[in-house]
Design a protein around this ligand. Structure first.
Ligand SMILES: [Zn+2]
Length: 93
């Protein structure tokens, strides 16, 4: 299995279809975040810490039947995703 090209910049879940994308407050699809993380231009889980997210991602990937090495690889990406670098999208604001 190849590593998907587009992943959510919050939770690292692969974005495979338009349906998987989040929605901006203007109603258009987000190019950065998935629909589970991001609705109407805001994060659905604004208080989730990076450690919680890491655990969440691994669980989610395993549920999606990703091999565990890949689940871990993708989960580790959470530390370098856009959300973690964007001061406006920090876990505690
Ligand atoms: Zn996401």
């Amino acid at each position: 299995m190849k590593i998907p090209k587009a992943i959510c910049q919050s939770c690292a879940v692969p974005i495979l279809r338009e349906y998987d994308k989040g929605i901006e407050n203007t109603g258009v699809y987000s190019e950065a975040y998935c629909r589970r993380c991001y609705q109407s231009g805001t994060f659905t889980d604004p208080n989730m810490t990076v450690a919680e997210m890491h655990r969440h991602i691994r669980t989610k990937m395993v549920e999606m039947r990703f091999p565990s090495f890949l689940a871990r690889l993708l989960a580790d990406k959470v530390y370098s995703l856009k959300r973690r670098k964007d001061p406006h999208a920090a876990p505690h604001n």
